[in-house]
Design a protein around this ligand. Structure first.
Ligand SMILES: Nc1ncnc2c1ncn2[C@@H]1O[C@H](COP(=O)(O)OP(=O)(O)OP(=O)(O)O)[C@@H](O)[C@H]1O
Length: 565
């Protein structure tokens, strides 16, 4: 039930509109069907109308209508038409809200994850995220659909029960109590559905996490003939998921199958009690049975919806939790000072630890504007960490980092980052065109910007030669290109928006010495206008540098380029 309250809070106007339409639909339907009572009295030739039938006849008179068969049938048809129209309106509202819920959940999750601290983001699994965006958001929104339908059915059942009370309150109460007892007895099945739903949420997440990891490393798996291990793991996870789905289907279908016999027993018992025990007129008993069976049928349908909601709502709570935890670990907003890069970037006594592990120990560093700085050091020494500190993806535990004398945390973070061109170690490309890979969909960048950047990165030659040019599709993760070509496209991406600061993390590691030499000289030519920081072990990158820093065991020292072997 919590899910209804949560949705009602998140979408109050939509929920209210939906409920009002469905309530009115219920009233219209039940009022029109109530006319059945005098109609049956007339057709069955009852000499005396019951008091309730008489009331209905009075109401018809009040509207200036004679209770003829034709008039009463017309009232029934009209009421059913109005009710269907209102149900359509209500369901349309439900449908729209379901679409909104799914979209909002997806957008909120992506936004909160992208806005989270870098260290938090690194802990997230891509597979779980893909699952959350695709499957969980959909399941959560259908959870709302079932909840809304359940409420609507309860409302309709309530209206019918209210009318039934006027026909015979004793018979209605007895039937309702028996019906409720049966519904409660079936409630155990809802627990099974909820448990199965929870397992599905967890198993689906595990399966997709595993699948994404496997798919990203298919090449080594195939090359070493290990794909069968990955395959059997995936299979056993899929089998578990299947079991959870079967449990849910079983409890849902059992509930559905029990509906008909349960209602038949109640109707037979009601007929017997009405005619034999209470000696009510047959028309009276028939309407009463119709109403009570309708109430219980609606309650039963509501219960089915409840089961389906129970199976889906775990997806909503799992998603909401993911959104909330990411939001709780949101990146600090940064300052509001406009960044400039006219003088230098300075580290003073900067220390950084990952847990208990000291990575940087009171590091001092000065990067003058327009210079080409190379960072060298053994693997795992903390070079990327220094770059992450400059991009404000990480914050030091102590010491100070400043840009033109302004503490980096006081800078408008977005504007500072927009001044940066970043080439990461991993050259992951989007499964899209070369143009899209260079511009990253930024509408401010044109094909001419992409061409200029590709030329600067030494990539234009091969792009020009491909038949589709800038429109060439690079394949999954850039699989249709060589490692060196991928690297050049990623460098072009970093240069496309004319950055003031270019950060290269092992950016030329996949290039042959000749291509590397060529790129290095282009980069060097950029360097008075663009400040460049390059992490590299490659001689070409080191020899063109204006200054070389070596990081070792947390200490950073300025060294001669010649001393770096
Ligand atoms: N998110 C993290 N959580 C915990 N430890 C981390 C994390 N990221 C990196 N490390 C550790 O911090 C150390 C420095 O990592 P960093 O990536 O900065 O090294 P590096 O000098 O760039 O290495 P390489 O040259 O191999 O890329 C490594 O030992 C690494 O294991």
């Amino acid at each position: 039930m919590r899910i209804i309250v949560a949705f009602g809070r998140a979408y109050p106007a939509r929920t209210l509109l939906m409920l009002i339409s469905l309530l009115l639909a219920g009233v219209a339907e039940s009022v029109s069907l109530t006319t059945m009572l005098p109609l049956l009295s007339v057709t069955l030739g009852d000499q005396t109308h019951s008091s309730f039938a008489q009331k209905v006849v009075d109401v018809l008179h009040w509207f200036g209508l004679e209770p003829t068969v034709l008039v009463m049938l017309s009232v029934i048809v009209l009421g059913m038409t109005v009710s269907s129209t209102l149900i359509l309106l209500g369901n349309r509202q439900v449908g729209y809200t379901v679409a909104h819920v799914a979209t909002d959940l997806r957008v909120n999750l992506i936004r909160s994850l992208l806005g989270s601290r870098w260290e938090y983001y690194l802990r997230q699994s891509t597979g779980a995220l893909a699952n959350a965006v695709a499957t969980e958001a959909y399941r959560a929104s259908t959870g709302y659909e079932h909840a809304a339908n359940m409420l609507a059915l309860c409302i309709q059942a309530g209206v019918y029960a209210f009318i039934a009370l006027f026909v015979s309150w004793q018979a209605t109460l007895v039937s309702l109590v028996v019906g409720f007892i049966l519904l409660i007895a079936l409630q155990r099945l809802a627990k099974t559905s909820r448990r199965a739903g929870k397992s599905q949420t967890r198993l689906m997440r595990d399966l997709l996490t595993h699948l994404t990891d496997t798919l990203s490393s298919v090449k080594p798996l195939k090359a070493m003939a290990r794909e069968d291990i990955a395959d059997s793991l995936l299979r056993s996870q899929a089998a578990e998921l299947n079991k959870a789905m079967e449990r849910e289907v079983m409890s849902r279908e059992t509930l559905r199958a029990l509906q008909e016999p349960m209602l038949a027993i109640l109707a037979a018992a009601g007929l017997y009690a009405g005619v034999v025990v209470w000696h009510l007129p047959l028309s009276h008993v028939m309407v009463l049975i119709f109403l009570v069976v309708r109430v219980l049928g609606l309650m039963h349908k509501a219960q089915q919806r409840y089961h389906r909601m129970a199976a889906q709502d775990s997806a909503y709570w799992a998603l909401q939790e993911a959104i909330d935890t990411a939001a709780a670990d949101a990146e600090p907003s940064g300052g509001n000072r406009t960044p400039t890069l006219q003088k230098d970037i300075v580290f003073e006594g900067v220390s950084f630890t990952y847990g208990a592990r000291q990575i940087l120990d009171a590091v001092n560093l000065r990067i003058p504007v327009g210079s080409f700085t190379s960072l060298v050091g053994p693997s795992g020494a903390g070079k990327t960490t220094i770059l992450d500190l400059i991009c404000v993806l990480l914050a030091p535990q102590s010491g100070k980092i400043s840009v033109d004398g302004v503490p980096i945390e006081e800078l408008d973070r977005q504007r500072w980052r927009r001044m940066i061109g970043y080439v990461p170690q991993e050259t992951l490309l989007l499964h899209d065109t070369i143009l899209a890979n260079v511009t990253l969909g930024d509408p401010a960048l044109t094909a001419a910007d992409a061409e200029r950047a590709l030329k600067q990165a030494g990539a234009w030659e091969f792009v020009e030669k491909s038949p589709a040019g800038l429109q060439t599709i690079v394949g999954e993760r850039g699989g249709k290109l060589s490692g060196g070509q991928r690297q050049r496209i990623v460098i072009a991406r970093a240069l496309a928006h004319n950055p003031r600061l270019l950060i290269l993390d092992e950016a030329t590691s996949a290039l042959d010495p000749e291509s590397e030499e060529a790129i290095c000289s282009t980069l060097k030519a950029l360097s008075p206008a663009i400040t460049i920081i390059a992490v590299s072990h490659r001689p070409a990158m080191i020899h063109i540098a204006d200054q070389v820093y070596r990081l070792n065991e947390g200490k950073l020292n300025l060294v001669e380029a010649e001393s770096v072997e």
